[in-house]
Design a protein around this ligand. Structure first.
Ligand SMILES: CC(C)(COP(=O)(O)OP(=O)(O)OC[C@H]1O[C@@H](n2cnc3c(N)ncnc32)[C@H](O)[C@@H]1OP(=O)(O)O)[C@@H](O)C(=O)NCCC(=O)NCCS
Length: 371
């Protein structure tokens, strides 16, 4: 029996995260996502994913220093963002930019595990700079230089808006990045590992991963949810929308998950945040109604996933909708780097098989003999 979409197939040992879809648990390196959401920061969580344990105070300070001094974009990259990439969707620009980062690396072929981590930390630092800078350029605004006095999320908001964000806003973005930082062998991480397993470089692996995020079944769900909320328009139209979607075998965005057959443990954190944000109130009310109306589908294992509420939170923080897809990548980059590192530490080329269903052997007919 073929496991379509590799459903349920275990293809690697991994010590990075546990996604327990039956019991609704998610652990990063053994730590529950709820605890990390409450107590950690994205910088600390990224360290944990990359190095396997929580940092000491000195280790975190030094990690944070490296991140802060790696945020600046090179001149050639800025030129590409301002030129050929300017009118691309942010997720396409991010994918192109990651691919181009190879030009700033004097030794991209160095596959030592230390070099992969070093490069990965640079990518974590650069992702917010790329997303914010490209967005500003696409809007005809001047790029803003990074500010080394600000934390990871606060600096992203600064580079995007040119305003020092209130601490609570920076904290919410930080929280969102923690929730999206890692999720075992989801499509993008698997794609990154496949590329890494060929002994290609980290830039190629991460470019592959970003490519998968464009699809609404993976990284595009937050914006698809907001588009759906705009289409529904009000709480009173939720029931009819769901009935029609289910009748036509469509998908209600922000629901369902390949792994979680109970509630995704990231949802309560995001829901709680969304409930406290005034600007997204109208969306929040529609989302609550959607959850109520979708409850009967729980019998089939369909529950809200992390992206049900994330778009509403971004909207409330005035993050432009085209940036929703790259935001996923800003968090997940830590997980991708950890997985590429793990893959290379014990590599074997990933090369599954397919069961051939095409025609049996056929005789080749030269062109002149064909009708
Ligand atoms: C995430 C997703 C791709 C997982 O899909 P999957 O594991 O391949 O699940 P399946 O496509 O096998 O779905 C199983 C059943 O649930 C139904 N289902 C799954 N997600 C659904 C949704 N969001 N709305 C309505 N029905 C859904 C399917 O139609 C299918 O029903 P059937 O057995 O009667 O045909 C899917 O749930 C989805 O498309 N969700 C919406 C997009 C989204 O929110 N993505 C973000 C994921 S974090």
């Amino acid at each position: 029996m073929i496991a379509k979409g590799l459903e349920g197939v275990v293809i690697a040992d991994s010590a990075i995260s546990l996604v327990d879809g039956k019991n609704g648990r998610l652990l990063y390196r053994g730590y529950a996502i709820g605890d990390l959401a409450r107590f950690s920061t994205y910088e600390e969580t990224a360290y944990l994913l990359l190095f396997g344990s929580l940092p000491s105070r000195a280790q975190l300070a030094s990690f944070s220093r490296v991140l802060r001094r790696s945020r600046r974009l090179s001149k050639p990259l800025l030129e590409v963002l301002a030129g050929p990439c300017r009118h691309l969707l942010p997720i396409d620009a991010l994918r192109t930019a990651v691919s181009l980062l190879v030009q700033d690396d004097p030794c991209p072929g160095d596959r030592s595990l230390e070099a992969v981590l070093e490069r990965g930390i640079r990518l974590i630092a650069l992702f917010p700079s790329i997303a914010a800078t490209h967005y500003r350029l696409s809007q005809g605004q001047k790029p803003i230089a990074p500010d080394a006095t600000l934390g990871h999320a606060a600096n992203f908001l600064w580079m995007l808006t040119g305003k020092k964000p209130p601490a609570e806003e920076a904290r919410l973005v930080d929280l969102d990045l923690i929730l999206h930082a890692e999720h075992s062998l989801n499509a993008s991480t698997f794609a990154a590992r496949v590329t890494a397993s060929t002994l290609s470089d980290l830039y190629a692996a991460v470019t592959t991963a970003v490519g998968t995020l464009k699809g609404p079944l993976h990284g595009g769900a937050a914006s698809a949810v907001v588009a759906m909320l705009d289409q529904i328009g009000s709480e009173s139209r939720v029931r009819a929308y769901i009935q029609e979607t289910v009748r036509t075998h469509g998908r209600v965005m922000g629901f369902g998950h390949r792994e979680y057959k109970v509630l995704d443990p990231r949802v309560p954190v995001m829901r709680d945040v969304a409930s406290r944000l005034e600007k997204g109130r109208r969306y929040y009310e529609i989302l609550r109604a959607l959850e109520r109306e979708m409850a009967p589908l729980g019998k089939k294992g369909i529950f809200p996933n992390v992206d049900l509420y994330s778009g509403t939170v971004y909207h409330s923080l005035s993050i432009p909708q085209p940036l929703f897809d790259p935001l996923f990548a800003l968090g997940r980059i830590a997980g991708w780097v950890a997985h590429v590192h793990e893959q290379l530490a014990d590599n074997r080329l990933i090369r599954p098989r397919s069961a051939y269903t095409g025609p049996k052997a056929r005789r080749y007919v030269p062109l002149e003999e064909r009708p």
